[in-house]
Design a protein around this ligand. Structure first.
Ligand SMILES: *[C@@H]1O[C@H](CO)[C@@H](O)[C@H](O)[C@H]1NC(C)=O
Ligand SMILES: *[C@@H]1O[C@H](CO)[C@@H](O)[C@H](O)[C@H]1NC(C)=O
Ligand SMILES: *[C@@H]1O[C@H](CO)[C@@H](O)[C@H](O)[C@H]1NC(C)=O
Ligand SMILES: *[C@@H]1O[C@H](CO)[C@@H](O)[C@H](O)[C@H]1NC(C)=O
Ligand SMILES: *[C@@H]1O[C@H](CO)[C@@H](O)[C@H](O)[C@H]1NC(C)=O
Ligand SMILES: *[C@@H]1O[C@H](CO)[C@@H](O)[C@H](O)[C@H]1NC(C)=O
Ligand SMILES: *[C@@H]1O[C@H](CO)[C@@H](O)[C@H](O)[C@H]1NC(C)=O
Ligand SMILES: *[C@@H]1O[C@H](CO)[C@@H](O)[C@H](O)[C@H]1NC(C)=O
Ligand SMILES: *[C@@H]1O[C@H](CO)[C@@H](O)[C@H](O)[C@H]1NC(C)=O
Length: 439
């Protein structure tokens, strides 16, 4: 049973006003829901789409249309299998934070940066903690499906999106050892250099780890050692042999993370895990680039018709940004990817400068909110409602790539990245005060 995790609250048709809070908002504010849920709310029909501050003629946030709030409509006492051996109670405040990070309406647009990394970290910590009792760093298949289901039920009961497993691509097999041949704690510790692992990963430098890869290398090293065992015991267990090596190493990385989580206190483990996932997140642009033929067409005649090109680029970018919030570093990657694609189509003129495209144009909302590059969570606060941090100094112009090659990584210190947003140094700067309407 899960005493203390569930709070009941009810939200029916409403519009959530997301308010980006003022400067210096306490970030450590309670992550517990109050007894009465006080998201600023209004009846949907009194507040219909066209009310954004700039009165955009388009339907506002069409990707978020009504369905995400349905999970709030039913009672929130989850039906649990009673068969899962994970101790959800011991992690109840982390579960609550995860529900907030994955809150129904926001989960799809915060999935990549906030919701799914937090969800994964929570599962890793739950299994890590349970290994203290079971001596195993994985659940068996039967248990895994009960536990994933119970986990989801609890989160949904606290307001999380009902489709989390799909949004975050979590399957019950992700709670097992997969193709990693080692799941037993004692075997783990006799196979890997666990003191080195703990020394490298017990505490990570979130700013420098992504480039220096101290902990990531230690994890990879340990995962390789575990994976290697599959070949040593080849004759013992045929089922482990079938997976390819990369998959196996990945599965073993999961085992390594769970072991780490079992050695750290939960909050500390969370910081390490979120720090590590942030390295992966910030390396890429998470947006899909749909057909850009009209941009290429519009900008081919750039010297004769600036307006045509900029209209096309602005329209393209504004559709692109509807997919998701992105971090400042992701926005940099997105600007580079789009620029490289345009250059490859022989558009060499600096279109970003010409059309005043800035980094924040790549993140959701026309008024712009780039998430910080360091891990952040959604904050639920009685007075402010739901909020999260934006790293937004002012308009940082999107850098146009100088060649049609993808630009060097931001870890190469000899490459100067123009006006890199402040959050790379962990600062959260001032926010613009905006009201967003979510349906
Ligand atoms: C809510 O409850 C009703 C009936 O009690 C059920 O038909 C419906 O599927 C439930 N919806 C959700 C989202 O659980
Ligand atoms: C779960 O954790 C809580 C708090 O740490 C503890 O009181 C409880 O005994 C644990 N339950 C089980 C089944 O281990
Ligand atoms: C694991 O168990 C030991 C002894 O039972 C205890 O001291 C330690 O705090 C536990 N660790 C976790 C992460 O629960
Ligand atoms: C899975 O693990 C549980 C708890 O350790 C155990 O009771 C159950 O028998 C196991 N099931 C299988 C199929 O091994
Ligand atoms: C879960 O496992 C599947 C393969 O079984 C993998 O594709 C997916 O990325 C995993 N999800 C996570 C969150 O690790
Ligand atoms: C992109 O759109 C254009 C015009 O609509 C079409 O001719 C072209 O085949 C599309 N390209 C792709 C890759 O879908
Ligand atoms: C420039 O392009 C726009 C949109 O394609 C078009 O409406 C306008 O007539 C063009 N202007 C010139 C001078 O060709
Ligand atoms: C770009 O221009 C070069 C040289 O003018 C030409 O060879 C190439 O085919 C062009 N590429 C595209 C995609 O139009
Ligand atoms: C960093 O960039 C410079 C200039 O492009 C290049 O010469 C150097 O090899 C790069 N260093 C690394 C470690 O990639």
């Amino acid at each position: 049973m899960i005493g203390g995790v569930v709070r009941s609250f009810r939200l029916y048709p409403l519009v959530v006003l997301l308010i980006l809070p003022g400067i210096g908002k306490s970030y450590s504010s309670s992550t517990e829901y109050p007894e009465s849920f006080v998201l600023k709310e209004r009846q949907a029909d009194t507040f219909f789409p066209d009310t954004s501050p700039t009165a955009s003629p388009q339907p506002f946030l069409p990707l978020l249309a009504p369905s995400p709030l349905t999970p709030f409509t039913n009672s929130t006492i989850p039906k649990l299998s009673g068969l899962c051996t994970l101790n959800f109670t011991a992690l109840s405040s982390m579960m609550t934070l995860t529900s907030t990070d994955c809150m129904a309406a926001f989960a799809p647009v915060l999935a990549n940066v906030v919701c799914c990394p937090q969800l994964e970290a929570t599962l890793i910590i739950l299994i890590g903690q349970s290994s203290n009792v079971t001596n195993r760093l994985a659940l068996n298949g039967t248990l895994a499906s009960y536990c994933l289901s119970d986990f989801e039920q609890i989160l949904v009961g606290q307001g999380a999106n009902i489709g989390l497993a799909k949004i975050c691509s979590i399957h019950s097999s992700n709670l097992t050892e997969g193709s990693c041949p080692v799941a037993d704690v004692s075997e783990f510790e006799s196979t890997v250099d666990s003191s080195n692992l703990l020394a490298s990963c017990g505490k990570i430098d979130t700013v420098n780890e992504c480039c220096e890869q101290v902990c990531q290398n230690a994890i990879l090293d340990a995962a390789r050692k575990l994976a290697q065992k599959a070949y040593n015991m080849l004759s013992l267990d045929g089922s482990h042999v079938l997976s390819d090596h990369t998959t196996r190493i990945n599965d073993c990385k999961g085992i390594v993370l769970r072991w780490l989580a079992s050695k750290l206190d939960p909050l500390h483990a969370k910081d390490v895990l979120r720090g590590l996932s942030n390295c992966r997140i910030n390396k890429v642009c998470p947006l899909n680039f749909p057909n850009m033929s009209y941009v290429i067409e519009g900008c081919s005649a750039i010297t004769s018709n600036r307006t045509g090109c900029c209209n096309a680029v602005e329209s393209y970018v504004s559709h692109l940004q509807r997919q998701s919030f992105v971090t400042n570093l992701q926005a940099l990657n997105c600007a580079a990817s789009l620029g490289v694609k345009l250059r490859k189509a022989n558009i060499t003129h600096d279109v970003y400068n010409l059309c005043h495209i800035s980094l924040k144009d790549f993140s959701l909302q026309e008024s712009g909110c780039l998430l910080p590059s360091l891990p952040s969570d959604v904050v639920f606060d009685v007075t402010a409602g739901v909020s999260f941090l934006c790293d937004l100094n002012d308009n940082i112009p999107a850098p146009w790539p100088s060649t049609s090659q993808s630009p060097a990584s931001s870890c190469n210190k000899t490459i100067k990245i123009p006006a890199l947003p402040a959050a790379a140094s962990g600062q959260n700067s001032k926010f613009s005060m905006n009201q967003y309407v979510w349906l």
